[in-house]
Ligand binder design. Structure first.
Ligand SMILES: NC(=O)c1ccc[n+]([C@@H]2O[C@H](COP(=O)([O-])OP(=O)(O)OC[C@H]3O[C@@H](n4cnc5c(N)ncnc54)[C@H](OP(=O)(O)O)[C@@H]3O)[C@@H](O)[C@H]2O)c1
Length: 274
């Protein structure tokens, strides 16, 4: 199991993303992923699937302490008492005594960050979460958060794939001992059709998607690709038995472009949206 260590947390380098996985499909994918060796699951209150993620965990038979489970607090629960209440509700839905990582899903300028971070740290001290962190935070917001946080922040979960330049946030996180967790790590499937990734993959007997994920983990970035297809779970996890050369890393790095973002920040205030 490849792990990324960050401010006291040991985060498995690959996890299963679960956005848009619902009902039986979600529970089955989670169960199968764990049976295949995945040890990291990423859910959120906004995904409306915490129940099924918990169901899949129990069905897998994998011991709770072997799994790294992340959930995220949606922005309308950022007021301190509300945050604690909603974190407890997540645990009830998951039927779990704790999560390994509790994140603020998006920044919310309506509630002072110091208050929200105080509540997040309190949730940790109550044992609701082993570690805490943030998601979709810019460099400026990371600096602001670190200036007030009373507990270590272990990650910033951000959109991160070869078609988007996130070097500034990555550098800032790593400088502060925080992990970068890459969401949409295969650009919502777009990596599959990329000719550069496919050509490099052919040289390693790997797919374009595997090269894409390898490019990220080789920079000590955690990846959480989502699939609704059991057969793709193994493909997405088989990224630790080859290495990209410096030249290949450079070539993939050159794929980023200014309009490479897939997730629109303007949506961040809307409930139930990722
Ligand atoms: N913090 C945030 O604000 C935030 C935002 C977005 C996402 N996330 C998290 O990050 C996770 C991953 O991001 P994402 O779901 O946006 O996108 P993603 O993982 O980059 O891509 C998922 C898409 O790629 C396809 N895919 C998966 N494996 C494949 C393979 N081997 N070959 C070809 N296509 C493949 C999937 O289709 P099939 O289902 O058909 O395989 C799906 O359409 C989410 O599920 C969620 O947990 C967090």
């Amino acid at each position: 199991m490849h792990v990324i260590e960050a401010n006291g947390a040991k985060i498995p380098a690959i996890g299963l993303g679960t956005w848009e996985l619902r009902g039986r499909t979600c529970a089955r994918l989670v169960e199968q992923a764990l049976k295949l060796g995945y040890r990291h699951l990423d859910t959120a209150q906004a995904y409306d699937n915490e129940r099924e993620v918990g169901e899949g965990m129990r069905a897998s038979g994998v011991k709770r302490d072997e799994i790294f489970l992340t959930t995220k607090i949606w922005t309308n629960h950022f007021a301190p008492h509300e945050l604690e209440r909603s974190a407890k509700e997540s645990l009830v839905r998951l039927r779990q005594p704790y999560v390994d990582l509790l994140l603020l899903h998006w920044p919310n300028s309506q509630v002072p960050l110091a208050e929200t971070l105080g509540a997040l740290a309190h949730a940790k001290s109550m044992g609701l979460a082993r570690h805490i962190g943030v998601s979709n935070f810019t460099v400026a917001l990371i600096d602001e958060a670190l200036a007030t946080a009373s507990e270590p922040l272990v990650c910033d979960q951000i959109e991160c794939h070869p078609f988007l330049d996130q070097s500034k946030v990555i550098k800032a996180c790593h400088a502060h001992g925080m992990a970068v967790v890459a969401y949409s790590p295969i650009a919502r499937g777009d990596a599959r059709g990329n000719t550069v990734l496919a050509r490099i993959g052919a040289a390693h007997k790997k797919t374009a998607v595997q090269v894409c994920l390898r490019f990220l983990v080789q920079q000590d970035i955690v990846v959480i690709p989502r699939t609704s297809k059991v057969e793709r779970l193994s493909e997405n996890a088989a990224i630790f038995d080859f290495e990209l050369s410096g030249q290949e890393m450079k070539e993939i790095g050159a794929l980023s472009h200014p309009d490479g973002r897939l997730v629109d920040w303007a949506y961040s205030g809307r409930p139930k949206w990722d």
